[in-house]
Ligand binder design. Structure first.
Ligand code: PHE
Ligand code: ZN
Length: 881
């Protein structure tokens, strides 16, 4: 057991810092085996704080020297411990000079200054700057930074930091230097530095007000050809933020750097975004359509942070969703505008329900604005990001686009240059619109996924329809009782032809048109619609207007009807999904009872009709034909029987494929071939998506025609989307020969492309065929695998534990033991990655008693390690509590 337990930090303890740092001058001397960091800080006491000590954050630093004013301090003048440096300044304003020595080449945690391949780079959010130098490393301390970098010119010709390059020159011994100055005050978490041998892709952008911005993407030379899509995405993001939010870029230069070793997706450092190469590089030969869309959305996300995050930042880390929830909402709307809005929403909702709902029901459940944490890195969660975005979306729904824009205009104007809170954001929306969001703010303070139970009662004699709503929210750690939320319920009433009926609420003077948003605010509440002359079928929670679990007593016939007729595309998909969920859940029970499985013909008929629907967007057809994921079915179950869920889901897939093989072939053939030239437009992407969904089904029939179509596609594909889809189908087929041939060919051809090899690992790690664990263990010895690279860990170990549920949960517990071993291995090497990796084990309460026991044994074994990182300690100890 670790001896010293990490401290818990509370929101209620927040107070302003005792000192401000107005200016920060940094000089980095970079060498192969260490770096020296010289800082000169211009510090000012905060208001009338008296003679208080100055406590600077610092971790894993070697302190070389400290000088206060022109006085070099002796070790007796200050105190240093593992986390801080304490000084005793007498003046209210003074200059402090510190030199620290660090070893970037040994920094495997990828936080602070580290080396990725041959390049130096930084990651400072959330608390990485304190691993570079002693500082007030908190987001409410905002400072103007000037940064000088000195390094060997041969190995590091490119030297970058935030802001504008103001000077550069040569130094003796083949070294050179560059000085960057960032005119915008910023917290230390937005600091960045890069030094490396990089090639530059350059473009420019003219803002609406006519300023020209120099756009630069820096990558390793072999990736030069893969930056076009990121650059286009950047320009589109800049235009969109001007048009939709009235926000222009503010510096004259905007840089993106791609690095191979990165814990997250990307980082919004002021003027110098640093990206995981997986979120920048995209070329049709090597990246799938999904990867293209991810690049577009992450580039947009980081760019949008320039306003929602940088110009207006967070007061403290409890406010993280202030920038992340808002920015995810912004990037989702951008992607919706660039591509299909409905498909984007379906993807996001699918992801939220399978993953964030599980988090909200698990041991780490926390509100969008948490009240406490041990390690802030553990709170970069689906709740902060995705649920936080849903909360902002609800505000947008309640205010309407115009009202929301008035609110954000006021927010940016009022708080430009400040570090603020979620309450400040809400106050700006309230003040701009004259509304009161007091009750709405419970979304920020209460954790858990609310359940919204609705039922309807038609009264023919009074021509009314009564919609009864009841909301509740399950208890979460530290919160047993919940107060009612404000739930925007977007809805319509459909007649027997599927047409929307005009809506007029009893007691209201004006009709509400054919679709409306009801605000459900009470634990129990009724809405009475008048002038309803036939029994309607309600279409509820359109577009997933609130992150809740909707329960309505629909029959399977109702769901079939909605899947065929709902004029709202999202709800058509939702009806088909919920029909499939209902059918699958029913079959799981039948399977558990040992009775033979029989497919409900209604599911088949919906699938048949969608397949024949030539009007419907092809990407939508693909979305509807896809069955709900195993992860989602597990989330919905009280006690999840993984084997039964997997067995039944595969069985239904095969039944659908066999019964619909003919129309599937017809549609497949009509969609052309994977050999035709690649094109990036939405229609082509939709075509690939549908064709590959169909290929997956057709391969389940086991016909030789399907196998040869698949092999042909693997060989002839003009792009990675189609090639990869064929590889997935081959890997999951029983044909050992074809599978191995394809895997080998693929690995040889793409050996020099790490991101493609990530896909190769991922596909194999995700394959549900027996022996999955052994395959993964074997792959860990493959030369392309490297446990120090987070992308590799995610694509092999993460994919296995998260996507390969039958193999991970195998009965003897070997999957659990394997994961725990990897967590222990990564615990000190990269605590952030280790603590993310452990998540599947923390979900033990979902499974049968035997599995629960084995999962807990592994968690306990992790907890017994004697140097447990705070990251892993927090997640594991909370999951056992
Ligand atoms: N702030 C980054 C983003 O969401 C995420 C991130 C957090 C990256 C912490 C690195 C470290 O855009
Ligand atoms: Zn972000």
């Amino acid at each position: 057991m670790r001896t010293e337990q990490p401290q818990t930090i509370y929101l209620k303890d927040y107070r302003q810092p005792d000192y401000w740092i107005d200016e920060t001058h940094l000089t980095f001397e970079l060498f192969e085996d260490h770096a020296l960091v010289h800082s000169r800080l211009f510090i000012r006491r905060n208001g009338d704080a008296g003679l208080v000590p100055l406590v600077l954050d610092g971790q894993q630093l070697e302190l070389v020297s400290v000088a206060l004013g022109d006085q070099t301090l002796a070790p007796t003048d200050y105190q240093v411990d593992e986390h801080s440096l304490t000084l005793h300044p007498q003046a209210a304003e003074f200059e402090l000079a510190i030199t620290t020595r660090i070893e970037p080449q040994n920094n495997t945690a990828l936080e602070g200054l580290y080396k990725s391949g041959g390049m130096f780079c930084t990651q400072c959010e959330a608390e990485g700057f304190r691993k570079i130098t002693y500082y007030l490393d908190r987001p409410d301390v905002m400072s103007r930074f000037t940064t000088t970098i000195l390094a060997d010119r041969g190995s590091y010709p490119i030297l970058l930091s935030n802001g504008n390059l103001i000077a550069s020159g040569e130094h003796e011994g083949g070294r050179h230097w560059a000085t960057w100055e960032d005119p915008f005050p910023k917290p230390s978490y937005l600091f960045a530095l890069v030094a490396g041998d990089l090639c530059l892709i350059q473009d420019s952008y003219t803002t609406l007000s006519g300023r020209t911005i120099d756009l630069r993407i820096y990558v390793e030379p072999e990736n030069r050809e893969q930056c076009g899509h990121a650059m286009d995405s950047l320009k589109r993001s800049m235009r969109w933020d001007e048009e939709v939010y009235g926000r222009e870029y503010d510096l004259d230069i905007f840089m993106i750097v791609a690095v191979n070793d990165f814990n997250m997706g990307a980082m919004e450092n002021k003027g110098l975004n640093i990206f995981n190469s997986s979120c920048v590089l995209a070329h049709p030969d090597t990246a799938t359509d999904m990867a293209f869309q991810r690049v577009e959305s992450v580039v947009a996300h980081e760019y949008f942070h320039n306003w929602s995050g940088n110009r207006v930042t967070c007061r403290d880390w409890f406010q993280l969703s202030l920038k992340e929830g808002f920015t995810v909402f912004r990037d989702a709307e951008f992607s919706a505008d660039m591509n299909s809005r409905t498909v984007k929403r379906i993807e996001d909702v699918t992801f939220l329900r399978a993953n964030q709902f599980a988090e909200d029901a698990g041991p780490m459940a926390h509100p969008v604005r948490p009240e406490s944490y041990m390690e802030i890195s553990n709170f970069y969660t689906l709740t902060i990001y995705e649920k936080g975005a849903e909360v902002v979306r609800m505000l947008h729904t309640l205010l309407g686009a115009e009202g929301f824009r008035k609110g954000t205009d006021l927010y940016f104007e009022r708080h430009d240059g400040q570090a603020v809170t979620c309450d400040d954001f809400i106050a700006a929306l309230e003040d701009a619109n004259g509304v009161d969001f007091t009750q709405f703010k419970r979304w920020y303070s209460q954790a858990g996924t609310p359940v919204l139970e609705v039922d309807g009662e038609f009264n023919a004699s009074s021509s009314t329809y009564r919609l009864r709503c009841r909301q509740s929210c399950p208890p979460t750690p530290g919160q047993s009782e919940k107060l009612p939320f404000v739930i925007p319920l977007r809805m319509a009433l459909l007649d027997s032809e599927g047409r929307e009926m005009p809506l007029k609420l009893a007691g209201e003077a004006h009709a509400r048109g054919n679709e409306t948003v009801l605000a459900v605010t009470e634990a129990e509440q009724e809405f009475v619609f008048e002038g309803i002359t036939e029994e309607p079928l309600p279409s509820l929670l359109r577009g997933f207007s609130a992150p809740v679990k909707l329960v309505y007593p629909y029959t399977r016939e109702d769901r079939v009807f909605l899947a065929m007729h709902d004029p709202d595309g999202f709800n058509r998909w939702e009806a088909a999904q919920s029909l499939a969920v209902d059918v699958l859940q029913g079959l799981v029970e039948i399977h558990q009872a040992g009775r033979p499985l029989l497919l409900d013909q209604r599911l088949l008929e919906v699938w048949r009709s969608v397949l024949a629907d030539a009007e419907l967007d092809q990407a939508m057809v693909a979305e509807i034909l896809r069955l709900p994921s195993e992860a989602y079915l597990i989330e919905l179950a009280r006690v999840a029987d993984v084997d039964a869920i997997h067995h039944v889901r595969e069985w239904v897939r095969r039944e659908l494929a066999n019964a619909l093989a003919e129309p599937m072939w017809q549609r497949f053939d009509a969609l052309g071939s994977a050999a035709q030239p690649w094109s990036a437009d939405a229609a082509s992407m939709a075509r690939r998506s549908l064709r590959n969904t169909l290929l997956g089904y057709l391969m389940l029939t086991g016909s030789s025609a399907a196998m040869s179509a698949c092999v042909r596609q693997f060989v002839e594909a003009s792009n990675m989307t189609d090639r990869q889809a064929a590889l997935v189908a081959l890997v999951n087929s029983p044909d050992e020969h074809q599978k191995h041939a394809a895997l080998q060919e693929f690995a040889q051809r793409w050996a020099d492309y790490p991101l493609v090899m990530d896909q190769w690992f991922n596909i194999q790690a995700s394959s549900p065929l027996p022996g999955g664990l052994e395959r993964v263990q074997e792959l860990m010895t493959h030369p392309a695998f490297n446990i120090r690279n987070p992308n590799k860990v995610r694509s092999l170990i993460g994919a296995f534990a998260n996507n390969n549920l039958v193999n991970f949960h195998r009965k003897d517990g070997a999957g659990y033991r394997f994961l725990a071993d990897r967590v222990i291995e990564l615990n000190l090497m990269n605590p952030q990655i280790a603590s993310r990796l452990v998540t599947p084990l923390t979900r033990w309460r979902k499974f049968d008693p035997a599995r629960q026991e084995m999962m807990k044994v592994e968690l306990a074994r992790i907890l017994e390690q004697d140097k447990l990182s705070p990251d892993v300690y927090e997640v594991v100890s909370k999951s056992l509590a």
